[in-house]
Every structure is written in C-alpha cells, then in structure tokens.
Ligand binder design. Structure first.
Ligand code: OGA
Ligand code: NI
Length: 351
C-alpha cells in the first residue's frame, strides 16, 4: 500500500490536520476484476478492511477509468457550467419530476440544513419510459435531462457511468471478501440491480476571504460506496479519528468512501465517515461523485453474526440525529428520507 501525498495548499480552517496519521491509503484494486487471482484479491481485501476500519476513506487505482475519459468528462462539464443561467434552467431539476435529475443552482441544495456553495447536475442510470419502474412512477427512476447546447455530455456521462459502475461491482467483491463473505455475496443480495446516482458538481472559487460557507457541509453518504473523481483543485476533507484531514487530488486514483448502508450491514464495524468540502484553491473546482448503492427495493438488514449497535451513541454523532441502525424499510425509503432533507422545496413539488 502506498501513501497519498498531503496537499500543501493553505486552508483557512485551522482544525485541518496535516499529521502523517491523516494520510489516506491508496489501494490497487485491479485484481478485483480477475476472479482467478485469489491471493492478490485476498491481499486487497485485507487492505480494504484496514482502510474501512480506520478512516472509511481510501484511494483506489486500477479502477478501469482512463485518463482520456476523465479529460473528456471534465471538458464537457466545464462547457455545461459555463452556459448561461437560462440555458441551464432548461434542464432544471423540477423539470426532471420524480426522476430527480437535472441542474440545480448555487445554494440549491442544503446539507446539514445549510445551503451549499455549489451548483450541480444530477444524473443516474438512464431508464426509458418503457422500464417497469418508470411506468409505475417510482421516484428517482427515469431518464436523465441532457443539455441541448452540450450534446457530447450524454455519451461521455453514459460511458463514465458504465465504467465506474463496473468498478463499484468489483470493489463490492473486495468488501465482501474483507468481511469473510463469498465474493458475490452482495451481487446475490443487494447489487444485482444497484441504485446508481451520479453527480457533477461545480464549486465556484471563493468570492471573499473567510466567508464561512461550505461547498458541501459535513455529512455521510447514504448507500454502499461512493467513487469520486475530482479535478486538480482539492478541498475535500475527511473526519478521521485524529481530526479533519484532506483528501487531495492524487493522479490516477478515485476517492472511495463507504456509506450508511455498509455501516448498517456491518453493525458499525465499518463506519460511514463524515466529510465536507471547502474550495480554497481560488479556482473553480469540479468533482464527480458516483454513488453505488443497494437496489432501491431491497431491505438491507445487518449481516448475520454482527454485533448489535448502540443506537443512542450512533444518533449522537449524526448531524440529523437519525441512526441508520434504527431505520426500517427499503433502501429507497431511506434515500427518499435523506433527499427530502437536502431538497425540501423540490420534495413538495414532485413527490
Ligand atoms: C458528496 C460529496 C464531495 C466532493 O457528493 O456526497 O461528498 O468532493 N462530494 O464533491
Ligand atoms: Ni459525500
């Protein structure tokens, strides 16, 4: 396991640690794509276990996303955000209805109850009107909204979704092995038809020194795994056991972190780690999180033989006071509950 360098960029927030203990590991996941490489896969599984038990955040290399695909994604995304407000309004989120797709403006999303300093494009698995779940009007299922002025965005995003979804399946095999389960455990239970949501975020350069507004406020992610590509500007911060640490851009890697459903499945053995973003680079930052989550219709009970979790202690450390271990229902129910907190206006309109 190699170590990612710490960024040397200055941060206005004094509590970000740059102690060596704060470095996040880099895990080469390439063997997870090859079932026959048993020994190498076991080694990766142990690295995943160590990383998940430690910060719950790590970098992956060998993920299968080419440099040229990332370059294309960055180019079309920058062109999209450079469009006029009117052009972006043409695909604003309320137009996506219950499918929950499209553009939202700066300040349009509330994390931890406060407006974020970012704008974004919400995307996900492309489902046509004939898909049974779309016909039945399932929320968060449907077609993406594509900008007419940047037609290339569609192909690039669909290619990216397909490559990173493959990496998500492979990583979940590593996670299964790390927990002493068969490699295909999750594919057989929750991820044969995963919920895949994808976002392209634009964090504008900070307008004023010292303004206390987060690009994204402190939160945990909701599902199983998040795989994040980010540009060269940095700004992602992770709450490690020793305090906040940076997750600076590291060439050739994606950032991976575990979400609430893995926390729940493992009875808190793996914790979904709080993180946040502050763009202090002085430049516009773009990031691309893909959320690889359980089937919308799946219930996600704790794995057999996990110890029970102290729900009160878990509630106390979560910004919304809601413990993922006390929750009952499907992953879709959980997701909708969360989404209605970050987009309260939209929920009233479309659901
Ligand atoms: C998220 C998130 C980090 C980033 O979307 O959940 O934490 O760098 N994003 O955009
Ligand atoms: Ni997040």
């Amino acid at each position: 396991m190699v170590r990612a360098p710490l960024s040397s960029g200055s941060l206005s927030d004094g509590d970000v640690s740059s102690l060596s203990g704060g470095r996040l590991p880099v895990i080469d996941m390439s063997s997870l794509f090859a079932r026959e490489r048993t020994e190498a896969r076991e080694r990766v599984a142990r690295e995943i276990e160590r990383a998940c038990r430690d910060t719950g955040f790590f970098y992956v290399s060998g993920h299968g996303v080419s440099e040229s695909l990332l370059d294309r994604l960055e180019r079309v995304s920058r062109r999209f955000f450079a469009l006029s407000r009117e052009e972006k309004e043409a695909i604003a989120m309320p137009k996506g209805g219950a499918a929950w797709r499209g553009w939202f403006p700066l300040g349009g999303e509330l994390t931890s109850g406060k407006p974020d300093r970012k704008e974004g494009l919400y995307l996900g698995t492309e489902l046509g009107p004939e898909h049974p779940r779309v016909r039945e009007g399932w929320p968060l299922h449907g077609a993406n909204l594509w900008p007419a002025e940047v037609p290339e965005l569609r192909d690039v995003v669909l290619e990216y979704l397909s490559v990173v979804t493959r990496a998500g399946h492979a990583l979940m095999e590593g996670v299964a092995l790390s927990l002493g389960l068969e490699a295909d455990y999750f594919a057989k239970t929750y991820t044969a038809d995963p919920t895949v949501l994808f976002r392209v975020f634009h964090y504008p350069a900070e307008p004023e020194e010292g303004e206390e507004r987060w690009g994204v406020g402190e939160h945990t992610d909701y599902g199983l795994l998040t795989l994040l590509a980010q540009d060269a500007n940095g700004g992602l911060q992770v709450k490690s056991q020793g305090g906040w640490v940076e997750a600076p851009p590291t060439p050739g890697t994606l950032v991976c972190n575990i979400g609430d459903m893995l926390d729940r499945l493992t009875g808190g053995w793996y914790r979904s780690t709080p993180h946040r973003v502050k763009n202090v680079s002085g430049r516009d930052r773009l990031s691309y999180p893909l959320f690889f989550d359980p089937d919308f219709a799946a219930e996600v009970p704790p794995l057999p033989r996990v110890r029970s979790t102290d729900v009160d202690e878990d509630r106390a450390r979560r910004w919304d006071g809601a413990s993922v271990h006390a929750f009952e229902g499907t992953y879709g129910d959980y997701l909708l509950g969360k989404v209605s907190k970050v987009f309260p206006q939209l929920v009233r309109k479309v659901l």
